[in-house]
Design a protein around this ligand. Structure first.
Ligand SMILES: O=C(O)CCC(=O)C(=O)O
Ligand SMILES: [Fe+2]
Length: 211
């Protein structure tokens, strides 16, 4: 198993290998293959909170409608949420809102350095607090690269390999990027993931985080 690569000043993150198990990872892959035509080019949010497609910043495609797999994934996240919030020192209310999407990075796919939580208010009554990314792919693995690079404030970084059935979690304020993926052109050959953002109320909104 590839160990996450880290420099001395490791940015806060938690890795859980074998998060869903092979049967459920296989179900996600099957779902992706059955819904290939519904994947759309991913957007990202600019500093002005404008959703934009710009393949010089982010080149990936995503699927928002996950059917019953959405609730199943959210339930699995709930099982580990207390551990993640305590290890990462992130405050969350007892009932959390989650955004969940499936993502595919094809040949050359990447996502340049960014933070998932907006730098300033975006008009929502909640903000992204915790980012979770779960990795899966067709077996045998047919891509290289695609590491998640997490930056710490002093410019140290940690590279987390997108290992099959691995979950990585980190505070949504952390700067990170997805390193380029290399694979053949077939849809099934890509780097697949589930992104899950756990939201908390914005400061001053109720219910307030219970920590
Ligand atoms: O896929 C990953 O490793 C991270 C994805 C990411 O940073 C994002 O979609 O915001
Ligand atoms: Fe991100």
């Amino acid at each position: 198993m590839d160990a996450p690569m880290t420099t001395a000043a490791t940015p806060a993150h938690v890795v859980i290998d074998g998060f869903l198990g092979a049967a459920r990872a296989g179900e996600l892959m099957q779902f992706a293959l059955e819904h290939e035509s519904e994947f759309h080019q991913s957007r990202f949010y600019t500093a002005e909170r404008e959703a934009r497609v710009d393949t010089s910043v982010r080149d990936s495609s995503h699927l928002l409608e996950l059917g019953p797999l959405r609730a199943a994934f959210a339930a699995s996240v709930d099982v580990v949420l207390a551990r993640l919030t305590s290890e990462l020192n992130v405050c969350l209310p007892s009932e959390t809102k989650k955004e969940i999407e499936m993502v595919r990075y094809g040949d050359g796919g990447f996502f340049k350095r960014h933070a998932d939580a907006p730098p300033r208010p975006d008009g929502h009554d909640s903000v992204r607090a915790l980012t979770l990314v779960y990795y899966f792919h067709a077996l045998p693995k047919r891509f290289d690269g695609g590491e998640l690079r997490l930056f710490s404030p002093d410019a140290g970084f940690a590279d987390v390999a997108p290992v099959y059935d691995r979950l990585v979690a980190f505070p949504s304020t952390a700067l990170h990027e997805v390193r380029p993926t290399r694979c053949a052109s077939a849809f099934a050959d890509g780097r697949f993931s589930i992104n899950c953002w756990v939201r908390r109320p914005r400061e001053g909104q109720s219910p307030s985080p219970s920590c």
